[in-house]
Design a protein around this ligand. Structure first.
Ligand code: SF4
Ligand code: SF4
Ligand code: SF4
Length: 303
């Protein structure tokens, strides 16, 4: 699958060339007025391949910015990197799902809201290998105007979907299994893990300097791929992301073994929504439930 920033790039609802022009225009304005020092966006990949992240610091370079339906990366991963942090304030191109990550990072005090100018792009779904990503099926933030975005570009007509997403249907099947069957399902998934840590490296919310997976004194998790260590790694990572994961699904995209991290994330997100009425990355004022304590918290899960 290739794409080209100059091709006529339009679907039923979105004119990507218009969006791209608006992004460039805004980026130029922000850099020239010195409101930001760097613009994080998408640029053409080598040999017209899929877009890649670009970091624009000179207003004369804004034509390097592109936008099309293959801009699937969640660029907010870069906001916690030391070399980018040092260049605040930044502007960043975000789809609705990516904007949720920015909110999550602000809520967890990883970045300051005033340091980031968000260019929110209305989005009808992004494609990988020709297919729209499953997370886009029932996305509630296609027009990212309902979340904290500085400037929203485009406005799509979105029919609200009442049908369950593929992930919801798969979860329903999983929930019908006995506890033993579910355990075996996840064990089979995690047994394939090769411990490449791609899932961790791409996740905007896995920002610990010293990951538990690499601690050696004491060693909490075996570092050699193997059934027990793999289970521990994947379970611990999932627990660390509970109530924080924004379901950008970058980890499942990065996983070379096709482990169902998307299903795991969705399962946990649904549990948090049902137990605490909380959806990560939607509200700057609301702390994730597992980082706060409230006497009225639902205790049902402690058994
Ligand atoms: S989840 Fe929503 S905002 Fe994100 S890429 Fe899909 S449709 Fe766009
Ligand atoms: S979907 Fe994966 S990459 Fe995205 S926030 Fe959740 S755990 Fe991190
Ligand atoms: S990306 Fe996949 S294979 Fe690599 S560590 Fe994560 S779960 Fe395991």
């Amino acid at each position: 699958m290739t794409t080209n920033s100059n091709q006529s790039n339009q679907n039923a609802n979105i004119n990507y060339n218009d969006l791209q022009s608006e992004i460039r225009h805004l980026a130029k304005d922000l850099l020239e007025s010195k409101k930001v020092r760097i613009v994080i966006g998408y640029g053409s990949g080598p040999l017209n391949s899929k877009p890649v992240p670009v970091f624009i610091t000179d207003a004369n370079d804004v034509d390097r910015l592109v936008y099309n339906e293959f801009c699937f990366n969640n660029l907010s991963i870069y906001l916690t990197k030391a070399e980018i942090k040092a260049k605040a304030p930044w502007a960043i191109v975000v789809k609705g799902c990516d904007a949720r990550s920015v909110i999550g990072l602000v809520v967890e005090n990883q970045i300051k809201r005033d340091d980031v100018f968000t260019i929110g792009v209305s989005c009808n779904g992004v494609k990988l290998e020709g297919n729209t990503l499953s997370k886009c099926d029932t996305c509630a933030v296609k027009n990212p105007s309902n979340i904290n975005v500085n400037k929203v570009i485009g406005n799509i007509k979105t029919a609200s979907s009442t049908s369950a997403s593929t992930l919801d249907k798969e979860l329903e099947q999983l929930n019908k299994m006995s506890a033993e069957e579910r355990f075996q399902f996840w064990k089979n998934e995690f047994d394939r893990c090769i411990r490449c840590y791609g899932c961790r490296q791409i996740c905007p919310h896995c920002f610990c300097n010293n990951c538990i997976a690499e601690k050696s004194a004491p060693q909490w998790i075996s570092t050699t791929p193997g059934s027990r260590g793999n289970f521990a790694w994947n379970a611990i990572r999932a627990f660390h992301l509970v109530g924080r994961c924004v379901e950008c699904m970058e980890c499942s995209r990065a996983c070379p073994m096709g482990i169902r991290l998307d299903l795991l994330n969705h399962y946990l997100a649904q549990e948090v929504r049902d137990s605490y009425n909380f959806v990560a990355g939607m509200d700057l004022e609301q702390k994730p439930p597992l980082t706060t304590y409230n006497l009225k918290d639902n205790q049902d899960f402690i058994k």
